[in-house]
Design a protein around this ligand. Structure first.
Ligand code: CAA
Length: 412
């Protein structure tokens, strides 16, 4: 069911600010930060000063309450210039959604304003070496000892790790329970025993660190247990991913649009056989397909994000997975075709398009592989098919089809 998409004045204002920052602080330096694998603090500061970290945080917690549709618009603009910077921004939403969606009032008042102001960056520690798609199989433990939780174990692929000031960490607090095994606990950078041990050397999104986070008897106050009760962690993780996936989709949309725009400029400029390659039908077909897919992704994302803002909790998991899966597959396809249009030059790092291609791959993997998204979508479809009973009489049974079709229907 499509949602009513309304862009508030505030959302459009934030989108415009994001475009300005992308033009001034992100695109001109994207190649440098990619090569050096360094974080673009200047752009992050500009984002904070423009108030863009307030976008997904309600007014009562220091944000501007613009919502998830506005978050998508902002992320799209930043990712159009540099997909890596798009995630460097949006991962703060991922890291803070557990507090926003599952935290106590006291926790929201304490932590969220620090994110909204851009004073503190945040990260999300769910995945482990042996628990990726099977998120509930995680093994980092947290044991209550007096007034503190003691956390032990290792997390893998923590995006923003090292840069972030605090971390939403998913830990086993009750190994004997099936449904209440996991809890979410906030850990601050600098807490003794908490360390970034390995900074990954990545194929793409190289301007944002992805690290291993190690917890060696890390003691945190029990007030940092999100929601104030143990056992809510898996639900927090799932709800967070449902809310954050339209943001990944928007990152993919920006990446696709950015790659398409570069391909268009190049196709008009590059001459072969005495004419711009954009005049050749085969290149035109590629450009048209790239644009159609990007546009389809755009409106799916906006519609899903508007649905999240409308609080349509029932449908969020399925539609968020659809937007994430569709848009990230589109980003990979569009980036691949864009490299093709650049030809031999597209394969070289002298041209910006190779980076779009490298950056696109992770979109199909993180925040749930696209295989997991399809599983989430299919599970919901199959469950909801119970509501389609009125169609049952129109489908003959295997026994009925031994008669002619008309006979079979008359017997049903
Ligand atoms: N909202 C709320 N609750 C949910 C839910 C949702 N969307 N989905 C499931 N749950 C609840 C279920 O109701 C169930 O609760 P009860 O036990 O009380 O009945 C419980 O969670 C378990 O549900 P499932 O049986 O469906 O769980 P599962 O283990 O079969 O599979 C999964 C769930 C969908 C595969 C899940 O593990 C998943 O999403 N995996 C992918 C993990 C992922 O996306 N990781 C990304 C890491 S973050 C990252 O990549 C960020 C980055 O670097 C930028």
């Amino acid at each position: 069911m499509p949602h009513d998409i309304r862009f508030s004045d505030l959302a459009l204002e934030l989108q415009e600010k994001a475009r300005e920052i992308a033009d001034k602080y992100v695109r001109p330096h994207a190649a440098k930060y990619d090569k050096l694998q360094e974080y673009n603090y200047d752009a992050a500061r500009a984002v904070a000063e423009a108030g863009l970290f307030k976008t997904w945080i309600p007014k009562e917690y220091g944000g501007n309450g613009a919502g998830v549709l506005a978050l998508a618009l902002v992320t799209e603009q930043l990712a159009m210039a540099d997909s890596g910077f798009g995630v460097a921004f949006a991962v703060n939403a991922l890291g803070s959604f557990p507090i926003l969606l599952g935290g106590t009032e006291e926790q929201k008042k304490k932590w969220l304003p620090q994110v909204a102001s851009g004073d503190k960056f945040v990260a999300f520690c769910l995945s482990e070496k042996f628990a990726g798609s099977d998120a509930s199989g995680l093994s980092v433990t947290a044991e209550l000892d007096g007034d503190e939780y003691v956390i032990c174990g290792e997390k893998k692929w923590t995006t923003n790790g090292g840069v972030a000031d605090f971390y939403s960490v998913f830990c086993v607090t009750d190994p004997t329970s099936k449904s209440r095994r996991i809890s979410t606990i906030l850990v601050e950078k600098g807490t003794p025993g908490f360390e970034v041990k390995k900074v990954e050397d990545k194929m793409g999104i190289r301007c944002v660190p992805v690290v291993e986070t190690h917890f060696d008897n890390v003691r945190v106050p029990k007030e940092n247990l999100i929601g104030g009760r143990p056992g809510l962690g898996f639900k927090h993780a799932m709800m967070t991913l449902d809310h954050a996936r339209p943001g990944v989709a928007a990152q993919a949309l920006g990446a696709a649009q950015g790659a398409l725009d570069l391909a268009l400029v190049y196709a008009n400029r590059r001459k072969q056989f005495g004419a711009a390659i954009s005049s050749f039908q085969m290149v035109q077909k590629m450009l048209a397909d790239m644009a159609m897919k990007t546009e389809a992704a755009r409106w799916l994302i906006y519609s899903v994000a508007a649905g999240v803002d409308a609080g349509n909790a029932e449908k969020i998991a399925k539609t968020a997975a659809m937007a994430k899966c569709f848009a990230t597959d589109v980003a990979m396809e569009v980036a691949t075709d864009a490299v093709q249009i650049f030809g031999g030059y597209g394969f070289m790092e002298d041209y910006p398009i190779a980076k779009f291609f490298r950056d696109a791959k992770i979109l199909q993997i993180y925040e749930g592989t696209n295989q997991i998204q399809r599983m989430v979508i299919a599970r919901k479809l199959v469950k909801d098919a119970a509501n389609l009973g009125h169609l049952d009489p129109y489908i003959p049974t295997e026994t009925q089809v031994s008669y002619s079709k008309d006979e079979a229907l008359s017997k049903s």
